[in-house]
Design a protein around this ligand. Structure first.
Ligand SMILES: NC(=O)c1ccc[n+]([C@@H]2O[C@H](COP(=O)([O-])OP(=O)(O)OC[C@H]3O[C@@H](n4cnc5c(N)ncnc54)[C@H](O)[C@@H]3O)[C@@H](O)[C@H]2O)c1
Ligand SMILES: [Mg+2]
Length: 352
């Protein structure tokens, strides 16, 4: 598809007939599908569907990795027919992306009760046999997926969960209606529009110049430490949340901040993780752990962290009864944040 754009040059405005990049074309196509119900319905005909059951994605195993299979509309209609479900159920699906060739991708949960089927949760084992896969909790599978599938399934799960939780208007109590793409829900009685939301969360790696501060919650797997995380309170800036969370959790005052990266995180119900580095004054490093939030927190040297980054997650208890110190896996933004700190420390310690 060729689209053309107007470009302003220094002296005059003229039309420049250059084809848009694949990325821009894809983005505009997705925008159209979100805005135009008929276009989105048409895209379902040639699209592909990721399947879920009770928010657990359908996965197949291949060489110690999970793969997320996609199904065509025809395959999906056949499956629903076989299990006595109305094909109208496909109207519950949500748009989650598209390929560079503009094959639209959707996600559908076969296990959540819907207006088109109230006995949807039946037949799970039979469906798994038919689909040659298993519906596996995303929390268990996330780290054994490739980056693309992990990102698609995280988006899909967060969107499906949001729709499931926003079936009714919080003002009128009437059922809300989703658009075909699932980018919004509208209350027909008062026209209030509800848009899917993410909760902002900061994740901060505090350093005193030579060491970094890592912490554990009792719910973490044994031996795993991570950077400090916390939900933004209403009305706060990212800088204010970081300052408050570090003070609340470990009793330290942050001196400076540097943005690192961000990531959508599907837990607990769809967060935008904003990762930053922070420093404290060298003389002010005494940790006072808030035990209502954390099990423990400690300073770690560059070498300790660099060694732990190479270690794969291990729950195996050592002979002395402790668990080896390890860090979150690559896919988690905390891993990226910690890795960046290690690399920066390595560079700054190289001779000039
Ligand atoms: N992707 C990563 O690398 C990574 C690493 C660490 C933590 N995390 C995520 O960060 C999130 C926040 O970390 P935390 O648990 O330390 O937060 P936190 O320190 O703010 O403490 C959690 C508490 O905050 C309260 N809270 C306030 N607003 C909330 C909201 N919108 N939703 C839920 N609870 C809310 C609750 O009382 C909850 O028990 C976790 O859910 C975790 O999944 C992600
Ligand atoms: Mg926290």
């Amino acid at each position: 598809m060729f689209l053309y754009c107007g470009i302003a040059c220094r002296r005059k405005f003229f039309w420049c007939y250059r084809p848009l990049s694949t990325y821009v074309t894809k983005t505009r196509y997705l925008f159209e599908l979100k805005e135009d119900d008929d276009a989105c319905k048409k895209a379902q005909q040639t699209g592909a569907f990721y399947l879920f059951h009770g928010l657990a994605p359908l996965l197949q195993t291949s060489a110690h990795q999970y793969l997320a299979p996609r199904h065509s509309l025809l395959e999906l209609e056949r499956l629903l027919g076989k299990f006595g479900q109305d094909a109208q159920r496909i109207e519950d699906s949500v748009l989650i992306g598209c390929s560079e060739q503009q094959e639209a991708w959707f996600a559908l949960d076969l296990g959540l009760d819907s207006s088109f089927s109230i006995s949807a949760s039946l037949h799970k084992p039979e469906m798994e046999t038919e689909l040659k896969g298993s519906f596996i909790e995303l929390r268990k599978a996330l780290f054994q997926l490739n980056a693309r599938d992990a990102s698609m399934l995280s988006t899909a799960q967060a969107l499906l969960r949001w729709h499931d939780a926003h079936q009714f208007c919080s003002r009128s109590g009437q059922p809300t209606k989703k658009n075909v793409a699932g980018s919004k829900r509208v209350c027909p009685s008062n026209n209030i529009i509800y848009y899917p939301q993410m909760v902002p969360v900061v994740i901060t790696l505090v350093s005193d110049g030579t060491r970094c501060l890592l912490a554990r919650q009792s719910s973490f797997p044994k031996g795993m430490y991570s950077a400090l995380a916390g939900f933004c309170d209403i009305g706060e800036s990212v800088e204010e949340t970081i300052r408050r969370e570090v003070a609340e959790e470990v009793g330290l005052e942050v001196e400076s901040l540097q943005y690192c990266a961000s990531q959508h995180w599907p837990f607990p119900s769809g967060s935008l993780m904003i990762a930053c580095h922070a420093t404290v004054k060298p003389g002010q490093t005494e940790i006072q752990v808030n035990l209502r939030e954390l099990e423990t927190a400690a300073w770690f040297s560059h070498d300790e962290v660099a060694t732990a980054l190479k270690r794969k997650g291990s729950y195996t208890q050592q002979q002395n009864g402790t668990f080896p110190f390890w860090l979150p896996p690559k896919l988690a933004i905390s891993h990226q944040l910690i890795k960046e700190w290690v690399e920066k420390q390595t560079c700054s310690s190289l001779p000039a």
